[in-house]
Design a protein around this ligand. Structure first.
Ligand code: SF4
Length: 713
């Protein structure tokens, strides 16, 4: 009789981090399902975590580089030697007053992540290195309502009432990176009588389920929402009560001034959606009991801050902030601080990776996310000396990847690397690890402890959640958190007086009367109660200085683009080179493959030719292809102002004729599965990420992922 049990933990096959249960039989992970105590869903990517766990590519021992950076030659070393190398270099950096020249790239699973604590105590920076992430959305909501929106997770679709409207604006919600329960939530809400509207240049799986598909021009979403805002105001369809009570005095009058010329007819000329459609959706939204909008950035990402601003204005004037089916505004339960709490470095004072003309304005955008491209510039400028990456893959996953690769190889006049130390924590060899001086074998998410404490959990009424080991780690794998705690004990011991990660989490959990063990026995999930809507009514307002919603961003009035109000034009990359490069390049997502981490890239289940996604052909409209003499599976060259690649053509009616689509995240050159399949990185087509530096700096850390291309057979 085999010893078999189901153990609750948290998935990390994508950043949604769903609650799952793992079946373990005689110490072997066998199966993953959604946790029935948390709505019980896991997607195919989550379930394929089993093959990841037992991949032959798992790293098991610390490695030290023996060849040149990028060659991928390493020798095995001990953890003691690896820790000594790191501690020595970090001490040296600190001693010469350059602690801020340490950056760690990681995805914080908690706002109290031990890695982040180390950086704050030591004086280094975090860079999530996720340009595809939703920094613009977060920034916009902080400016408007004084709080962070639920970002990886969409509106609480399970609360949408009958007649509510759900808008997916360039958000491919069925493709992972959202809780695995989302597809069901959306379809359940539809079954209750809600309406689903999909705004996307591609006829996505979501569009196939939608009541209305609006095939917008890429980055036309700001204009689309501006047209709706104009119509709501001129037709007196806005939520007068909300505006009078909760919008900062004077802002609505200013909004009228801005929206005055944003007629649906004029906006139609930008976004290529008819004025009738813009008006009809605005009218429906005005009458609906709720409207929720889900978007990471804008449609195809280009003008994300403008879109997020327009989207926030729309939500405010339709009275859809923090209501069921609308835009939830999460709050956090109070974990106990681990004293002493490190203050962290002053980013503005010490400098940042930013190199652009607006660097002095950065205090307005103090923000943690910025693209890899900035890291490359900082290495060249001498502003970044030690880089530690965990669960991130900047050598492949980011626009500017080639520039990053060149920067980490660059040497000074004495033949020494400009970047003095590059460390990669990984579970498998990756593009980034190939360049590293030290490659450290991390524990997978099935092998480690982690306390999940982030606003997005709020959506589901979860305050904290526990990731716990369900199986033993292979070889000498150690979790990056354990190593950062050890480095903390060596370098900044006053902040690391606790024994280990469990003791750290125990202290925090004491704030809500729990401990790791108690939480584990409870099934790993703790909730303060119900979600709670319209909290601003009970707490005396929003988190802004005025306690009201700020529609106007007067602090950005002087910026180069007068961004006190959203700019409605298409993103700059789409407005240039229109004749030489007639197509918009857009990226899309599938449930089999999200992001460029080797975790999905190197998973045999997800890359299977029959049941997964094994290649990355160019999605091109059938009519457009025929005009170019291109047939299905023809090899075509895709050229942009920044690069050129060759791919197979995949003809489809499901994309606008002026767009072509590539999946983001292919192109690995390491890993048994990845290198056996086909697929090329779309990043190679994105022009120098610094091309529009003024614009980029302004929006607080977005990389541009937009470009125009031409197709040559
Ligand atoms: S959406 Fe899928 S891959 Fe992502 S965390 Fe949830 S189950 Fe895992």
């Amino acid at each position: 009789m085999k010893n078999s049990e189901w153990i609750p933990t948290m998935c990390y096959q994508c950043k949604a981090e769903c609650a799952i249960i793992a079946r373990v039989e005689d110490g072997q992970l066998k199966e993953v399902r959604g946790n029935p105590n948390a709505r019980g869903k896991a997607c195919v990517k989550g379930m394929s975590g089993v093959s990841l766990e037992y991949s032959q590519d798992r790293l098991k021992y610390p490695l030290k580089r023996v060849g040149a950076r990028g060659e991928g030659n390493f020798e095995r070393i001990s953890w003691d030697e690896a820790l000594d190398i790191m501690a020595k270099k970090l001490q040296e950096l600190k001693d010469r007053g350059d602690a801020h020249k340490l950056t760690a790239n990681f995805f914080p699973h908690s706002i109290t992540d031990p890695k982040w604590r180390f950086l704050d105590a030591y004086g280094g920076f975090i860079n999530t290195a996720l340009p595809h992430c939703d920094s613009a959305k977060i920034l916009a909501f902080i400016k408007m309502v004084g709080g962070v929106p639920n970002h990886h997770i969409p509106p609480a679709w399970f609360t949408v009432p009958k007649g509510g409207i759900m808008i997916l604006a360039g958000r491919q919600a069925f493709g992972g990176l959202e809780d695995a329960a989302i597809p069901n939530d959306i379809l359940d809400a539809k079954a209750r009588g809600a309406k689903l509207v999909v705004i996307d240049p591609i006829f996505t799986p979501e569009a196939a389920k939608a009541d209305q598909w609006i095939p917008i021009k890429p980055s036309g979403d700001t204009a689309f929402f501006a047209g709706m805002i104009h119509h709501l105001i001129t037709e007196n369809l806005y939520d007068r009560e909300f505006v009078e009570n909760w919008v900062r005095e004077g802002d609505f009058e200013k909004l009228k001034g801005w929206a005055g010329d944003k007629t649906p007819e004029k906006m139609s000329g930008i976004c290529d959606v008819s004025a009738e459609t813009i008006k009809a959706l605005a009218e429906e939204c005005a009458q609906a009991p709720s409207v929720g909008v889900d978007s990471f950035k804008g449609v195809m990402l280009g003008n994300a801050l403008d879109f997020s601003h327009a989207w926030g204005i729309f939500m405010a004037i339709t009275g859809n902030l923090d209501n069921p089916g609308g835009q939830p505004l999460p709050d956090l339960v109070s974990l106990a601080p681990v004293e002493p709490v490190p203050a962290g470095p002053d980013l503005h004072e010490l400098g940042w990776h930013r190199t652009g003309p607006n660097r002095d304005k950065f205090e307005k955008y103090q923000f943690i996310m910025e693209p890899t491209w900035y890291e490359a510039q900082a290495i060249k400028d001498g502003g970044l000396k030690v880089l530690i990456t965990t669960e991130s893959n900047p050598a492949l996953s980011e626009m500017g990847q080639v520039e990053w690769q060149n920067a980490v190889k660059a040497k000074d006049e004495n033949g020494r690397h400009q970047l003095e130390l590059l460390v990669s924590f990984e579970i498998m060899m990756s593009e980034t690890a190939k360049y590293a001086d030290l490659v450290l074998p991390d524990k997978s998410f099935f092998e480690r402890w982690e306390l999940m404490y982030m606003p997005w959990w709020y959506n589901f009424g979860v305050g904290v959640a526990l990731r716990q080991p369900v199986v033993e780690a292979p070889g000498e794998c150690r979790h990056a958190n354990e190593i950062f705690i050890e480095l903390g004990k060596r370098l900044v011991p006053e902040y690391f007086q606790f024994e280990d990660d469990i003791a750290y989490y125990d202290t925090q959990l004491a704030g809500i009367g729990l401990s790791v063990e108690k939480l584990r026995k409870m099934g790993g999930l703790w909730s303060p109660g119900t979600i709670g809507f319209r909290k601003y009514e009970k707490t005396g307002g929003f988190g802004t200085p005025s306690k009201k919603v700020h529609l106007c961003w007067e602090d950005l009035e002087e910026a180069p683009f007068n961004q006190d109000w959203p700019r409605v034009e298409l993103t700059p990359e789409y407005r240039v080179n229109t004749e030489q490069f007639p197509f918009f390049l857009i990226s899309y997502r599938s449930i089999y493959h999200a992001g460029a981490g080797q975790w999905t890239h190197n998973n045999p289940q997800l890359r299977d030719r029959i049941s997964g996604l094994s290649e990355n052909p160019l999605m091109i409209n059938t009519t457009a292809a025929q005009a170019l003499g291109i047939s299905q599976d023809d090899l075509v060259t895709v050229e942009s102002p920044g690069g050129s690649i060759q791919v197979k053509a995949n003809l489809t009616e499901g994309i606008r004729p002026d767009c072509v689509g590539l999946h983001h995240g292919f192109g690995a050159t390491v890993g048994r599965v990845a290198t056996g399949g086909e697929g090329i990185s779309d990043n190679l087509l994105i022009p120098d990420s610094g091309m529009n530096l003024e614009w980029q700096d302004l929006i607080g850390g977005e990389s541009h992922v937009s470009t125009r291309v031409r197709i040559v057979k």
